[in-house]
Write a protein that binds this ligand. Structure first.
Ligand code: ATP
Ligand code: ATP
Ligand code: MG
Ligand code: MG
Ligand code: MG
Ligand code: MG
Length: 282
């Protein structure tokens, strides 16, 4: 193929390397999911099936790309943090971004029936994506704090909004105007005084989002793990990396420490999460 008189067109393809020594952050977000969630009868404010499907997609991405150390998901978005020194695809921007977003999207579609059963997709969903480079650990921590604070703000708003509609009998227009200009404290008050809902009793998944961590675990730690996502252990399709990894570890018989992707709904704004896992930012 090379050497034809046509091959010169290749030089129009420009290199797109990402700056070395920086943290690569990929964020993807569902395209038009406000509508998609309505068209597929998502439970409001939080459809657990949809969130679990998002987590499944993110786990598939982390199983494929071992240089992703941490991921955070809320609503229709997921963020992925690569190891600072990753050499994946020679740090080519388009290659990294398109492969991550496309794998996530295909996993979302592939696994849809597992979470939504007989409720079929009515059209093919898509996700947009971007890469942001961060120069130091501080910006990375602040990035994740920003996303988790966003989860909190949106969830408080949505929980109050849908309580006004579903339990308070307001129209969506009325609920919007009831909430216009209110601060967080007033929303807590509306929830508690009008609907008897204590915001802090709402599931952590909804208040804090999903945190997928590539944990370094000792064998002792690993044996104590009780809360795993089902895809890790009993995926009938035999999901990408997980099973293979376990098999090769058995063969080698020496894994004192191994990495495992764990799902949490924990605080990542406080320093404690990061202090416990310095390797995430190394
Ligand atoms: P864009 O294409 O610009 O991203 P969008 O319609 O996807 O537009 P977003 O700001 O990304 O808008 O918001 C996603 C919307 O999808 C939420 O506002 C919510 O209505 C809906 N949504 C996503 N996940 C869930 C879920 N698990 N449960 C209920 N609704 C959800
Ligand atoms: P990369 O991830 O770098 O793109 P690749 O394995 O996808 O690696 P390509 O150069 O894109 O390599 O080549 C795609 C390969 O897929 C072909 O070489 C061929 O082996 C296979 N392939 C694709 N489409 C077909 C097809 N319709 N019939 C048979 N083989 C196919
Ligand atoms: Mg968007
Ligand atoms: Mg969206
Ligand atoms: Mg979104
Ligand atoms: Mg190819």
């Amino acid at each position: 193929m090379a050497g034809t008189k046509f091959a010169y067109v290749k030089i129009f393809e420009l290199p797109d390397p990402l700056l070395p020594g920086t943290y690569i952050l990929v964020r993807l977000d569902g395209h038009g999911f406000h509508r998609l969630s309505q068209d597929h009868d998502f439970v409001k404010p939080n459809d657990e099936r949809a969130l679990q499907l998002m987590d499944h997609g993110a786990r598939d991405v982390m199983n494929e790309f071992k240089d992703i150390m941490l991921a955070f998901g809320e609503s229709d978005e997921y963020s992925f943090l690569f190891r600072k020194s990753t050499a994946l695809y020679n740090r080519r921007q388009a290659k990294i971004l398109t492969t991550v977003v496309s794998l996530f999207t295909s996993s979302y579609v592939f696994n849809w029936p597992r979470y939504f059963h007989s409720l079929s997709l009515k059209y093919p969903p898509s996700f947009d994506g971007r890469i942001v480079l961060y120069p130091s650990a501080k910006e990375v921590r602040d990035y994740f704090a920003w996303r988790q604070a966003d989860t909190h703000i949106n969830n408080l708003y949505n929980t109050t909004f849908w309580a006004l509609v579903q339990q308070g009998g307001q129209t969506t227009t009325e609920a919007h105007s009831t909430l216009r200009g209110t601060v967080s404290k007033q929303k807590h008050e509306v929830l508690f005084s009008r609907f008897g809902i204590n915001y802090n009793d709402i599931a952590e998944r909804y208040r804090k989002g999903s945190v997928l961590v590539r944990e370094k675990l000792t064998a002792a730690d690993a044996s104590g793990i009780t809360e795993r996502m089902p895809v890790e252990d009993d995926d009938p399709e035999g999901g990408a990396g997980g099973t293979k990894e376990v098999q090769s570890e058995k063969k080698n018989k020496k894994p004192k420490i191994h990495a495992q992707v764990q799902l949490y709904h924990c605080d990542i704004i406080e320093q404690a999460f990061w202090d416990a896992r310095p390797y995430l930012l190394e």
